[in-house]
Design a protein around this ligand. Structure first.
Ligand code: ADP
Ligand code: MG
Length: 158
């Protein structure tokens, strides 16, 4: 539908990008993340959570857990499908209810569960472009996610 790139030259710039996402999301939005290990997916999710009012000490890497929930301005459901054996496990986590909920769903390794997600979601590819630089490539899949992408792009220019 629509694509847009954000170039982060530092972790601080990634945090600024995360704040732009937090300022643009609406309850019920779904964001899928792709990219190699170390590309910055979890770092970005943490920035979004902090911008939504979650205390940094409450945030832990969900690499060893499939789902973390945070109480931000709206509920945040942070999935990591990296260690998911089977898409059925995603359903067993209660993903359907959480996707239908008025929270924000952020899903790392989204390709593993793509068939279980609404088509109208924002996909973010994290690409390592240097030691401290990352490219975040946004791609929308429907009307709402295109609106979200547009809002994020506007907020990043602030
Ligand atoms: P992933 O979840 O994609 O495996 P992580 O977020 O866990 O990646 O790790 C990213 C690593 O890269 C962290 O150690 C982080 O400090 C580092 N890093 C360096 N520069 C950046 C940047 N601009 N944005 C995000 N992470 C960065
Ligand atoms: Mg991660």
């Amino acid at each position: 539908m629509k694509t847009w790139d954000f170039e982060a030259t530092s972790v601080d710039e990634t945090a600024r990008f995360g704040t732009a996402i937090a300022d643009s999301i609406r309850g019920g939005d779904v964001i899928g993340l792709r990219g190699d290990l170390g590309a910055g997916k979890t770092t970005l999710v943490s920035s979004v959570a902090v911008a939504l009012g979650v205390q940094r000490h409450e945030i832990s890497s969900p690499t060893f857990v499939l789902l973390k929930e945070y109480a931000g301005r709206i509920p945040i459901y942070h999935f990591d499908a990296y260690r998911l054996g089977d898409p059925d496990e995603f359903t067993a986590l209660g993903a359907d209810e959480l996707l239908a909920d008025e929270g924000l769903c952020l899903i790392e390794w989204v390709d593993r569960v793509a068939s279980l997600l609404p088509a109208d979601r924002l996909t973010i590819d994290a690409i390592t472009t240097g030691v401290d630089s990352r490219r975040f490539r946004l791609q929308s899949g429907g009307t709402r996610s295109t609106e979200l992408l547009t809002s994020i792009a506007i907020h990043c220019k602030d």
